[in-house]
Design a protein around this ligand. Structure first.
Ligand code: HEM
Ligand SMILES: *[C@@H]1O[C@H](CO)[C@@H](O)[C@H](O)[C@H]1NC(C)=O
Length: 336
């Protein structure tokens, strides 16, 4: 057996193991669309209004909130754990290396929480706020609408170590990323559709340096426009370290607009992140490649799948919060 196929079968074993361990999780009470109907009927309007202000003042805020929700859900389920600050007794997730310098938007959530605490104290969980805010963020930059099931509880713990373990990074291989989604109960289709979130927001030099001095040239080919784009990227992000935190749009076509141009960029071989380009260019990605082509051709199909996959991601629950969860008063700290 060659080294390559050996490492592939190892990956496959990890995938199978992941599916098994997922199905062993306990079942939780279902989330419902009308969860706050009687005790906080204006919750959706309040979140929407705050998100409108935030996105109007800076469209980047939509990306910040969407990513926060993703990073919440992949670590102990969507339980608001990502929002917790470090204290003497709690190590939060914010300083895990994948989140450090990269997660923002916490003040927007604080603002929404404050409004909700004065309207209906102790009622709406931070995990639900983040889920609704992420949905609104997408709508406000031109993306699809979907109904958000509610009733999550906030965790009393955070998963510092799980953060770098569960979340995918830009230098990770396609199969490894797929296995991380399968572990969360999300399919390859979910993974490709959800990656379409990179149609908004920015990436930092440290996360695309290897790509632009590596295989960007070979995936994007001889197109003069691609060459110009690459030159521009290299001027933003020098090869020899430094400028790690310099940012550029992941979708240079329409960075503040939620559409399917991200997938067009992958067809051109111009994906900013290595992990994104692999969806289309990896020799191991026949299935992902077809999906990229489909979503590039058909924006409606992308929107429909993205909506469904966002609900599925939002459904990842933390079984611990079923008995040990709470509604935090302040999203940054567990209640005393
Ligand atoms: C498929 C695996 C994924 C990988 C490897 C990945 C990786 C990354 C990386 C490296 C960045 C740039 C962060 C930085 O440089 O500071 C980023 C940004 C972002 N990601 Fe992902 N991501 C993935 C999936 C997702 C999903 C599922 C969502 C949401 C549904 C998402 C939403 C975002 C958003 C909105 C941004 C922009 C944030 C900003 O503007 O600050 N990503 N991602
Ligand atoms: C999400 O959860 C709700 C309630 O538990 C359920 O009705 C719905 O089918 C789930 N949706 C997806 C896409 O998994």
């Amino acid at each position: 057996m060659s080294i390559l196929s050996w490492s592939c079968s190892l990956q496959l074993m990890f995938v199978l193991f992941s599916i098994l361990s997922f199905s062993l999780q306990a079942s939780e009470p279902p989330l419902t669309l009308n969860y706050y109907e009687s005790n906080c009927p204006n919750v959706l309007e309040i979140v929407r209004k705050e998100m409108e202000c935030a996105v109007l003042s800076d469209p980047r805020n939509a990306a910040l909130i969407l990513r926060l929700h993703f990073h919440d859900c992949f670590v102990q389920g969507c339980d608001g754990s990502v929002l917790l600050d470090d204290t003497i007794t709690l190590q939060g997730e914010k300083k895990a290396s994948i989140n450090k310098h990269a997660l923002k938007g916490f003040r927007i959530i604080d603002r929404i929480k404050n409004k909700l605490e004065s309207e209906c104290p102790g009622t709406v969980s931070c995990a639900d706020i983040l889920t609704v805010a992420a949905r609104d963020a997408v709508i406000l930059v031109g993306g699809p609408y979907w109904d958000v099931p509610l009733g999550r509880k906030d965790s009393k713990t955070a998963g510092y170590a799980l953060t770098d373990l569960n979340l995918p990074s830009s230098d990770e291989g396609l199969l490894s990323i797929i296995s991380k989604f399968l572990y969360q109960g999300l399919s390859v289709t979910d993974m490709v559709a959800l990656s379409g979130a990179h149609t908004i927001g920015m990436g930092r030099c440290v996360n695309f340096r290897e790509r632009i001095y590596g295989d960007f040239e070979s995936t994007s080919g001889l197109d003069p426009m691609s060459k110009t784009y690459l030159t521009n990227l290299r001027s933003i992000c020098p090869p020899a370290g430094g400028e790690d935190d310099k940012e550029t749009a992941m979708d240079y076509v329409s960075p503040n607009f939620f559409d399917n141009s991200f997938f067009h960029i992958l067809l051109k071989g111009e994906g900013l992140l290595n992990s994104d380009q692999e969806l289309y260019s990896s020799v191991l990605g026949t299935e992902t490649k077809k999906l990229v082509q489909k979503y590039a051709e058909n924006a409606v199909a992308f929107f429909e799948q993205f909506s469904e996959s966002m609900v599925k991601m939002g459904n990842i629950t933390n079984p611990e919060t079923y008995v040990g969860g709470e509604v935090r008063k302040n999203c940054r700290f567990v209640n005393t």
